[in-house]
Design a binder for this molecule. Structure first.
Ligand SMILES: O=P(O)(O)OC[C@H]1O[C@](O)(CO)[C@@H](O)[C@@H]1O
Length: 478
């Protein structure tokens, strides 16, 4: 029996959402949100709940059902991961955006913070793990300096099957592999992509790569709980069944229609009201190095989903909230000054971990110097908690909206909950804002311009358009 099958263990691992410091009875009428404001939104909330239910029923939000629909996929992933473990020294993800940020965040959360530096037996026999989420040539070359392609498996991940960055990475790797291992290169490449659309699936089928599919109703940034995230996680020894069980548990917690009992809905409603009050920035500040890259993953989720323009009776309206990544306590010493005394334009979301997996005692010393010796006898975890509480207090005192997501500890179950919570919050915020949270039209212009500049057939007109833009003036370059 797995531990997540035990109801009392699950309950003990429940993530909680503390929104005290968003509320006017805590930070003051002028600065916070009142219960009455939330109640006044009930018709809108009800409509948003119905809209999300409809979408789920119509299969448009398949990401919501990933915890339940992948029994066979999980089996396949576990078998594939085992084969990779037995054969390869390194495992490299090629991808960008939603095809990279989730695998990075989950790996950082659930594996040793210096995973790649550990000897293999301390990695439970798992391969070293890299994610190439950029196309910087120096970074690519640096990777090839430390891996041996002959003993490396590459997981090409692209939902659209056509992203230039990922396909360029793929072409480079395929060429190197062919050179190094000849026809066997096929056995080194696993493609994770849409089952029908895009170029990668065609290539994968023609060349006989092992493939995993991203369901149609799962967009890139909502895909971490699909094979996009599950295969890399399983290869690195993460319990993906527990991850999915955590997501299913959060789905249950987010199934209530009463916003006061539904953490994802409440989180979205508060952000919605905050946005209406000019809080255009959403800072995510985990107080745990293991969750540092959750803020990166969340940044894409929140920005691409909610940053939209639309038309209201011929007038353009712009919505969204700029996500900012921060890390406690590190950024207390770089950003907190701005958050406590700068403009009232932010909501700060702390992520607090109650129990750390490691404890480090601070030894006693310099008893004759009380300003130093007070630290001795505590643990680093206690210091971290005190600093989180102190920062929360400082923000509260400065009447700045802040909220805290509390994880009893960081494990696959709580990380599954966290991912799912933030996904539902984002989707619900999209409904409240009346926008499509699942597209990203604003990314297309840049993508098309890249195609044109790189000479992709069919983009000749775009190229002419680009060439027709005003020439840059030397006088403005100094
Ligand atoms: O998985 P794909 O299709 O390669 O897309 C990568 C990323 O590019 C975007 O389409 C645009 O940035 C993201 O939404 C997506 O996660």
């Amino acid at each position: 029996m797995k531990r997540f099958e035990d109801a009392s263990w699950r309950e003990s691992m429940r993530i909680r959402f503390d929104y005290n410091n968003m509320m006017s009875d805590m930070i003051g009428e002028e600065y916070g949100i009142s219960k009455e404001q939330i109640l006044a939104l009930q018709p809108k909330i009800k409509a948003a709940i119905e809209a999300l239910k409809e979408k789920r029923k119509a299969g448009k939000t398949e990401w919501r059902d990933l915890p339940y629909t992948q029994a066979d996929v999980v089996k396949d992933i576990l078998a594939t991961a085992e084969a990779i473990k037995n054969r390869f020294e390194s495992f490299v993800v090629l991808g960008i955006g939603g095809s990279a940020l989730g695998p990075i965040a989950v790996h950082q959360a659930l594996n040793h913070l210096h995973y790649n530096e550990l000897p293999r037996e301390k990695r439970n026999g798992c391969p070293r793990f890299y994610v190439v989420d950029n196309i910087d040539p120096e970074r690519m070359r640096a990777l090839f300096d430390i891996i041996d392609v002959k003993s490396t498996a590459f997981n090409v991940i692209t939902k659209s099957g056509s992203t230039s960055e990922t396909m360029a990475q793929f072409l480079i790797v395929r060429d190197m592999l062919k050179e190094a291992v000849g026809d066997e290169y096929r056995e080194h490449i696993i493609a994770t992509t849409d089952a029908e659309k895009g170029n990668l699936i065609r290539i994968a089928r023609e060349e006989g790569f092992k493939t995993f599919y991203i369901p149609a109703g799962v967009g890139g940034r909502f895909s971490e709980l699909s094979p996009v995230g599950l295969l890399p996680a399983a290869v690195c020894g993460i319990d993906i069944e527990e991850l999915l069980a955590g997501a299913a548990y959060m789905d249950e917690l987010c199934s209530k229609d009463d916003v006061f009992e539904n953490p994802a809905y409440m989180a979205a409603v508060l952000q919605y009201i905050a946005m209406k009050q000019g809080k255009n920035i959403s800072v995510m500040m985990p107080y745990a190095d293991s969750l540092k890259y959750m803020a990166d993953w969340y940044a894409q989720l929140w920005a691409e989903s909610l940053g939209k323009k639309f038309d209201v009776e011929g007038r353009e309206v712009y919505v969204g909230q700029t996500p900012v990544k921060a890390l406690g306590v590190t950024d207390q010493h770089s950003q907190i000054q701005l958050y406590t005394e700068g403009p009232f334009d932010k909501v700060i979301t702390f992520i607090k971990v109650e129990n750390f997996r490691s404890q480090v005692d601070i030894p006693k010393g310099y008893e004759d110097m009380p300003a130093v010796s007070f630290l001795g006898g505590h643990t680093l975890g206690q210091l971290l908690h005190a600093e989180q509480m102190a920062t929360e207090y400082a923000l509260y005192k400065a009447k700045r909206m802040n909220r805290t997501i509390i994880l009893p500890e960081v494990n696959a179950f709580t990380v599954g909950q966290l991912l799912y919570l933030l996904e539902v919050e984002t989707a619900f915020a999209g409904e409240l804002l009346n926008i499509n949270a699942f597209d990203q039209p604003g990314v297309e212009e840049g993508k098309n311009a890249t195609y044109a500049l790189m000479g992709r057939p069919g983009y000749e007109e775009k190229k002419a358009e680009l060439e027709g833009r005003p020439k840059k003036r030397e006088e403005y370059i100094i």
